[in-house]
Ligand binder design. Structure first.
Ligand code: G1P
Length: 302
């Protein structure tokens, strides 16, 4: 089973980051020098994917500029011996093909994925939501692709979340636990209330989907009220006797679609970067001192 294409929906309005997103796509928020969307694309490429389709809109042109080569900049940097500063993005540009489809109005994640239908054909493909950045030893999509190949079926990434947060996610009902991290899914529900949630296993933004998702999306689009949900289409596939699996991803996930998650990702990544670690520690120490009982040495608190 070859899985070589990823769909990256990037047409969200980013209202949580206003006024920044008045002119800038939220996907271009910097996280230690790289735009947030860089990380999902890098993860896809590290997972063996070589064709990236972005679902964008008219205000997201900066994304296509970022994933395009810039020969003038490269030769300038080469002269100054600074080509290493664009090494990662240039490697991505060399490795993958990039395509763009525009979504004319924000009709939901399901609608964005449905726009990829002409691009996909009759194959399994990946979906990565760029609001979710997942860092770990093994790329998250590579973990899902392994399971999709093993089970020859659709696989979605999940994570245990605190019960009071289930209403922010799609949530799965387990049919069967296969290994500590792998579950066969019985049903799914998008953003349930706490009392309706069948578990606390929440969908995080990585999927490997059968092309059959497109007929499910088309079928449910008739009765979708507000936005067309991808979760509802996966639930529809299950009703058509398709097998769907959920895999508890190994890695740390940051929801950079919220200011809180973006800040956490920024600080965490800065702490792993020898160039920034000392500065961050100094800032944190300065603020931590306020809470330190005077008889305790500073190091113990950090
Ligand atoms: C989307 C999906 C939801 C999933 C979440 C993960 O929701 O619809 O099922 O749990 O991403 O980040 P959104 O956060 O776009 O509202």
């Amino acid at each position: 089973m070859e899985i070589v294409k990823v769909v990256i929906p990037a047409a969200g309005l980013g209202t949580r980051f206003l006024p920044y997103t008045k002119t800038m796509p939220k996907e271009m928020l910097p996280i230690i020098g790289k735009p947030a969307i860089h990380f999902s694309v890098q993860e896809a490429i590290n997972s063996g994917i070589d064709h990236v389709l972005f679902i964008t809109n008219r205000s997201k042109e900066l994304i296509s500029n970022y994933f395009d080569s810039a020969p003038d900049l490269d030769s300038l940097l080469e002269d100054k011996n600074k080509l290493h500063e664009v090494k990662d993005i240039n490697h991505i540009i060399k490795t993958a093909h990039f395509s763009y489809i525009r979504q004319s109005s924000p009709l939901g994640l399901g609608h964005a994925v449905l726009m990829a239908k002409p691009f996909i054909g009759k194959e399994y493909f990946a979906v990565a939501l760029p609001d979710d950045i997942i860092m770990g030893k093994k790329p998250a999509l590579a973990q899902l692709i392994r399971i999709a190949r093993q089970e020859k079926a659709t696989v979605i990434a999940v994570q245990e979340v605190p019960h009071d947060q289930v209403s922010s996610y799609g949530v799965i009902r387990i049919k069967k636990q296969i290994t500590p991290n792998l579950f066969q899914v019985d049903s799914l529900i998008e953003k349930p209330s706490l009392k309706d949630a069948p578990s606390n296993l929440a969908i995080i933004g990585r999927y490997v989907l059968s092309h059959k998702i497109f007929s499910s999306l088309e079928e449910i689009s008739g009765y979708a009220t507000n936005e067309l949900q991808l979760t509802d289409a996966i639930a529809h596939m299950l009703q058509q006797n398709e097998r769907v699996f959920a895999y508890k991803i190994e890695g740390t996930r940051y929801d950079v679609g919220t200011p809180r998650g973006w800040l956490k990702a920024t600080v965490d990544l800065a702490m792993q970067d020898p160039l920034h670690k000392e500065d961050i520690l100094q800032v944190v120490q300065k603020h931590t001192q306020i809470y330190i009982p005077t008889n305790q040495p500073l190091q113990k608190v950090i």
